[in-house]
Design a protein around this ligand. Structure first.
Ligand SMILES: Nc1ncnc2c1ncn2[C@@H]1O[C@H](COP(=O)(O)OP(=O)(O)OP(=O)(O)O)[C@@H](O)[C@H]1O
Length: 255
Protein backbone atom coordinates (compact mmCIF):
# COMPACT_ATOMS: atom_id res chain seq x y z
CA UNK A 1 0.00 0.00 0.00
CA UNK A 2 2.97 2.33 0.50
CA UNK A 3 4.78 2.07 -2.79
CA UNK A 4 4.36 5.28 -4.77
CA UNK A 5 2.97 4.69 -8.24
CA UNK A 6 2.39 8.20 -9.52
CA UNK A 7 3.65 11.49 -8.19
CA UNK A 8 3.12 14.94 -9.64
CA UNK A 9 4.82 17.97 -8.12
CA UNK A 10 4.65 21.70 -8.89
CA UNK A 11 2.42 20.84 -11.84
CA UNK A 12 1.34 23.85 -13.89
CA UNK A 13 -0.56 24.29 -17.13
CA UNK A 14 -1.02 27.63 -18.81
CA UNK A 15 -3.36 28.34 -21.73
CA UNK A 16 -2.33 31.78 -22.99
CA UNK A 17 -3.17 34.15 -20.14
CA UNK A 18 -4.99 31.51 -18.10
CA UNK A 19 -3.10 29.52 -15.50
CA UNK A 20 -5.50 26.55 -15.43
CA UNK A 21 -3.31 24.47 -13.09
CA UNK A 22 -0.98 26.15 -10.65
CA UNK A 23 1.57 24.25 -8.53
CA UNK A 24 -0.58 21.17 -8.12
CA UNK A 25 0.90 18.22 -6.21
CA UNK A 26 -0.60 14.77 -6.14
CA UNK A 27 0.41 11.25 -5.25
CA UNK A 28 -1.16 7.83 -5.87
CA UNK A 29 0.28 4.86 -4.02
CA UNK A 30 -0.04 1.29 -5.21
CA UNK A 31 -3.46 -0.08 -4.33
CA UNK A 32 -5.00 3.28 -3.48
CA UNK A 33 -8.23 4.85 -4.67
CA UNK A 34 -7.64 8.59 -4.82
CA UNK A 35 -10.16 11.25 -5.85
CA UNK A 36 -9.77 14.75 -7.15
CA UNK A 37 -12.67 17.09 -6.44
CA UNK A 38 -13.33 20.78 -6.95
CA UNK A 39 -15.83 23.21 -8.43
CA UNK A 40 -16.50 23.35 -12.19
CA UNK A 41 -13.55 24.77 -14.08
CA UNK A 42 -11.17 24.18 -11.17
CA UNK A 43 -8.64 22.45 -13.42
CA UNK A 44 -9.28 18.76 -12.64
CA UNK A 45 -9.55 17.54 -16.23
CA UNK A 46 -6.53 19.63 -17.17
CA UNK A 47 -4.54 17.80 -14.46
CA UNK A 48 -5.76 14.48 -15.97
CA UNK A 49 -4.74 15.65 -19.43
CA UNK A 50 -1.26 16.50 -18.16
CA UNK A 51 -0.88 13.20 -16.30
CA UNK A 52 -1.85 11.19 -19.39
CA UNK A 53 0.22 13.11 -21.95
CA UNK A 54 -2.70 14.79 -23.73
CA UNK A 55 -1.10 18.07 -22.71
CA UNK A 56 2.53 18.67 -22.01
CA UNK A 57 2.49 20.60 -18.72
CA UNK A 58 4.09 24.05 -18.81
CA UNK A 59 5.81 23.31 -15.51
CA UNK A 60 6.44 20.63 -12.93
CA UNK A 61 7.31 16.98 -12.74
CA UNK A 62 5.31 13.79 -13.16
CA UNK A 63 6.89 10.50 -12.13
CA UNK A 64 5.25 7.14 -12.82
CA UNK A 65 6.96 4.13 -11.24
CA UNK A 66 10.19 6.06 -10.88
CA UNK A 67 10.23 7.32 -14.46
CA UNK A 68 9.77 10.98 -15.48
CA UNK A 69 6.82 11.07 -17.89
CA UNK A 70 5.91 14.75 -18.17
CA UNK A 71 7.44 15.01 -21.64
CA UNK A 72 6.16 11.69 -22.98
CA UNK A 73 3.31 11.49 -25.50
CA UNK A 74 0.05 9.87 -24.41
CA UNK A 75 0.56 6.55 -26.15
CA UNK A 76 3.86 6.00 -24.35
CA UNK A 77 2.32 6.81 -20.97
CA UNK A 78 -0.51 4.39 -21.79
CA UNK A 79 2.05 1.69 -22.58
CA UNK A 80 3.56 2.17 -19.14
CA UNK A 81 0.18 1.21 -17.67
CA UNK A 82 -1.77 4.44 -17.21
CA UNK A 83 -5.19 4.35 -18.88
CA UNK A 84 -8.17 6.66 -18.64
CA UNK A 85 -11.77 7.30 -19.47
CA UNK A 86 -13.17 10.65 -20.53
CA UNK A 87 -15.90 12.91 -19.19
CA UNK A 88 -17.93 12.18 -22.31
CA UNK A 89 -18.14 8.54 -23.31
CA UNK A 90 -15.69 7.85 -26.14
CA UNK A 91 -16.37 4.42 -27.58
CA UNK A 92 -16.25 3.19 -31.17
CA UNK A 93 -20.01 3.48 -31.34
CA UNK A 94 -20.49 1.73 -34.71
CA UNK A 95 -18.47 -1.29 -33.54
CA UNK A 96 -19.91 -4.02 -31.41
CA UNK A 97 -19.28 -4.18 -27.70
CA UNK A 98 -16.92 -7.13 -28.25
CA UNK A 99 -15.04 -5.39 -31.06
CA UNK A 100 -14.41 -2.41 -28.80
CA UNK A 101 -12.63 -4.74 -26.38
CA UNK A 102 -10.65 -6.49 -29.13
CA UNK A 103 -9.49 -3.24 -30.72
CA UNK A 104 -8.26 -2.04 -27.33
CA UNK A 105 -5.92 -5.02 -27.19
CA UNK A 106 -4.34 -4.49 -30.61
CA UNK A 107 -0.95 -3.76 -29.07
CA UNK A 108 -0.90 -7.13 -27.35
CA UNK A 109 -1.81 -9.03 -30.52
CA UNK A 110 0.80 -10.68 -32.68
CA UNK A 111 -0.19 -8.60 -35.69
CA UNK A 112 2.82 -8.85 -38.01
CA UNK A 113 1.70 -8.82 -41.65
CA UNK A 114 2.90 -12.33 -42.38
CA UNK A 115 1.61 -13.70 -39.08
CA UNK A 116 -1.80 -12.21 -39.91
CA UNK A 117 -1.84 -13.34 -43.54
CA UNK A 118 -0.90 -16.90 -42.77
CA UNK A 119 -2.72 -17.04 -39.45
CA UNK A 120 0.31 -18.57 -37.81
CA UNK A 121 -0.18 -20.56 -34.59
CA UNK A 122 1.29 -17.62 -32.62
CA UNK A 123 -1.22 -15.25 -34.23
CA UNK A 124 -4.11 -17.61 -33.55
CA UNK A 125 -3.02 -18.01 -29.95
CA UNK A 126 -2.84 -14.29 -29.31
CA UNK A 127 -6.24 -13.83 -31.00
CA UNK A 128 -7.75 -16.48 -28.75
CA UNK A 129 -6.20 -14.86 -25.69
CA UNK A 130 -7.64 -11.47 -26.68
CA UNK A 131 -11.07 -13.08 -27.09
CA UNK A 132 -10.81 -14.78 -23.68
CA UNK A 133 -9.84 -11.54 -22.01
CA UNK A 134 -12.68 -9.66 -23.71
CA UNK A 135 -15.15 -12.35 -22.59
CA UNK A 136 -13.82 -12.16 -19.02
CA UNK A 137 -14.25 -8.40 -18.80
CA UNK A 138 -17.65 -8.45 -20.48
CA UNK A 139 -18.75 -10.79 -17.72
CA UNK A 140 -17.11 -8.63 -15.03
CA UNK A 141 -19.03 -5.53 -16.13
CA UNK A 142 -22.27 -7.44 -16.81
CA UNK A 143 -22.35 -6.96 -20.58
CA UNK A 144 -21.95 -10.53 -21.87
CA UNK A 145 -25.45 -10.64 -23.35
CA UNK A 146 -24.73 -7.43 -25.28
CA UNK A 147 -21.44 -8.62 -26.82
CA UNK A 148 -22.71 -8.34 -30.40
CA UNK A 149 -24.70 -5.16 -29.99
CA UNK A 150 -23.39 -1.90 -31.44
CA UNK A 151 -21.76 0.02 -28.61
CA UNK A 152 -23.70 3.14 -29.55
CA UNK A 153 -26.97 1.30 -28.88
CA UNK A 154 -26.17 0.47 -25.27
CA UNK A 155 -27.83 2.36 -22.45
CA UNK A 156 -25.66 5.16 -21.09
CA UNK A 157 -24.71 3.34 -17.87
CA UNK A 158 -23.70 0.29 -19.91
CA UNK A 159 -21.52 2.44 -22.16
CA UNK A 160 -19.76 3.75 -19.07
CA UNK A 161 -19.10 0.19 -17.88
CA UNK A 162 -17.85 -0.80 -21.33
CA UNK A 163 -15.37 2.07 -21.18
CA UNK A 164 -13.99 0.70 -17.93
CA UNK A 165 -13.79 -2.81 -19.42
CA UNK A 166 -11.98 -1.36 -22.41
CA UNK A 167 -9.38 0.10 -20.06
CA UNK A 168 -9.08 -3.14 -18.08
CA UNK A 169 -8.32 -5.39 -21.07
CA UNK A 170 -5.02 -3.53 -21.39
CA UNK A 171 -3.94 -4.65 -17.88
CA UNK A 172 -3.41 -1.15 -16.50
CA UNK A 173 -1.69 -0.34 -13.25
CA UNK A 174 -3.35 3.03 -12.85
CA UNK A 175 -6.93 3.52 -13.97
CA UNK A 176 -8.00 7.15 -14.28
CA UNK A 177 -11.72 7.83 -14.43
CA UNK A 178 -13.05 11.28 -15.36
CA UNK A 179 -16.48 11.68 -13.76
CA UNK A 180 -17.49 8.03 -14.10
CA UNK A 181 -20.80 8.56 -12.27
CA UNK A 182 -21.94 11.49 -14.42
CA UNK A 183 -25.37 10.70 -15.85
CA UNK A 184 -25.81 7.52 -13.81
CA UNK A 185 -28.86 6.87 -11.62
CA UNK A 186 -28.35 5.97 -7.92
CA UNK A 187 -28.50 2.21 -8.62
CA UNK A 188 -25.93 2.45 -11.41
CA UNK A 189 -23.73 4.59 -9.17
CA UNK A 190 -23.85 1.92 -6.46
CA UNK A 191 -22.85 -0.71 -9.05
CA UNK A 192 -20.00 1.54 -10.15
CA UNK A 193 -18.84 1.86 -6.55
CA UNK A 194 -18.80 -1.97 -6.26
CA UNK A 195 -17.00 -2.34 -9.59
CA UNK A 196 -14.25 0.16 -8.74
CA UNK A 197 -13.75 -1.43 -5.30
CA UNK A 198 -13.51 -4.86 -6.93
CA UNK A 199 -10.98 -3.66 -9.51
CA UNK A 200 -8.71 -2.49 -6.71
CA UNK A 201 -9.23 -5.52 -4.50
CA UNK A 202 -9.12 -8.32 -7.05
CA UNK A 203 -7.26 -6.90 -10.02
CA UNK A 204 -4.46 -4.97 -8.39
CA UNK A 205 -5.29 -1.72 -10.08
CA UNK A 206 -4.89 1.69 -8.43
CA UNK A 207 -7.53 4.29 -9.23
CA UNK A 208 -7.48 8.06 -9.63
CA UNK A 209 -10.86 9.62 -10.20
CA UNK A 210 -12.46 12.97 -10.78
CA UNK A 211 -15.98 12.96 -9.45
CA UNK A 212 -18.74 15.35 -8.44
CA UNK A 213 -20.88 12.71 -6.71
CA UNK A 214 -19.78 13.36 -3.13
CA UNK A 215 -21.45 10.26 -1.72
CA UNK A 216 -19.41 8.07 -4.06
CA UNK A 217 -16.23 10.05 -3.41
CA UNK A 218 -16.58 9.88 0.36
CA UNK A 219 -17.38 6.16 0.35
CA UNK A 220 -14.75 4.93 -2.04
CA UNK A 221 -11.68 7.13 -1.61
CA UNK A 222 -8.65 6.43 0.57
CA UNK A 223 -7.56 10.02 0.03
CA UNK A 224 -8.98 13.10 -1.66
CA UNK A 225 -7.34 16.13 -3.28
CA UNK A 226 -9.37 19.30 -3.47
CA UNK A 227 -8.49 21.72 -6.22
CA UNK A 228 -9.87 25.23 -6.59
CA UNK A 229 -9.04 27.73 -9.34
CA UNK A 230 -6.16 25.53 -10.44
CA UNK A 231 -4.56 25.40 -7.01
CA UNK A 232 -4.45 22.68 -4.37
CA UNK A 233 -6.85 23.65 -1.62
CA UNK A 234 -6.74 20.66 0.72
CA UNK A 235 -6.00 16.96 0.78
CA UNK A 236 -6.47 14.10 3.19
CA UNK A 237 -8.83 11.30 4.12
CA UNK A 238 -12.53 11.76 3.35
CA UNK A 239 -13.09 12.69 7.01
CA UNK A 240 -10.32 15.31 6.98
CA UNK A 241 -11.50 16.84 3.73
CA UNK A 242 -15.17 16.87 4.74
CA UNK A 243 -14.36 18.95 7.81
CA UNK A 244 -11.79 21.25 6.22
CA UNK A 245 -12.97 24.88 6.59
CA UNK A 246 -11.51 25.97 3.23
CA UNK A 247 -13.30 23.13 1.45
CA UNK A 248 -16.61 24.00 3.05
CA UNK A 249 -16.05 27.62 2.05
CA UNK A 250 -15.18 26.81 -1.59
CA UNK A 251 -18.13 24.47 -1.98
CA UNK A 252 -20.62 26.73 -0.28
CA UNK A 253 -19.29 29.66 -2.29
CA UNK A 254 -18.67 31.91 0.69
CA UNK A 255 -16.29 34.83 0.22
N1 LIG B 1 -7.48 23.46 -24.16
C1 LIG B 1 -7.80 24.52 -23.41
N2 LIG B 1 -7.58 25.79 -23.85
C2 LIG B 1 -7.91 26.85 -23.12
N3 LIG B 1 -8.45 26.79 -21.87
C3 LIG B 1 -8.68 25.57 -21.38
C4 LIG B 1 -8.38 24.36 -22.11
N4 LIG B 1 -8.73 23.29 -21.35
C5 LIG B 1 -9.23 23.81 -20.22
N5 LIG B 1 -9.20 25.15 -20.22
C6 LIG B 1 -9.63 26.05 -19.14
O1 LIG B 1 -8.95 25.64 -17.96
C7 LIG B 1 -9.79 25.78 -16.83
C8 LIG B 1 -9.90 24.43 -16.13
O2 LIG B 1 -10.71 23.56 -16.93
P1 LIG B 1 -10.91 22.02 -16.57
O3 LIG B 1 -11.74 21.43 -17.66
O4 LIG B 1 -9.61 21.42 -16.28
O5 LIG B 1 -11.76 22.14 -15.22
P2 LIG B 1 -12.51 20.98 -14.42
O6 LIG B 1 -12.19 21.16 -13.00
O7 LIG B 1 -12.22 19.68 -15.03
O8 LIG B 1 -14.04 21.39 -14.67
P3 LIG B 1 -15.37 20.47 -14.73
O9 LIG B 1 -15.60 19.94 -13.35
O10 LIG B 1 -16.43 21.46 -15.15
O11 LIG B 1 -15.12 19.42 -15.75
C9 LIG B 1 -11.13 26.32 -17.34
O12 LIG B 1 -11.12 27.70 -17.17
C10 LIG B 1 -11.11 25.94 -18.81
O13 LIG B 1 -11.90 26.83 -19.57
Amino acid sequence: MNQCLLEASDLSMRFGGLLAVDQMALKVRKGEIVSMIGPNGAGKTTVFNCLTGFYQPTGGKIVFKGQAVEKLPGFKIARLGVVRTFQNVRLFKAMTVLENLLVAQHRHLNTGLLAGLFKTPAFQKSEAQAMDKAAYWLDMVGLTEFANREAGNLAYGQQRRLEIARCMVTDPQLLMLDEPAAGLNPNETRELDDLISDLRKNHGVSVLLIEHDMKLVMEISDRIYVINQGRPLASGTPEEVRNHPEVIKAYLGES
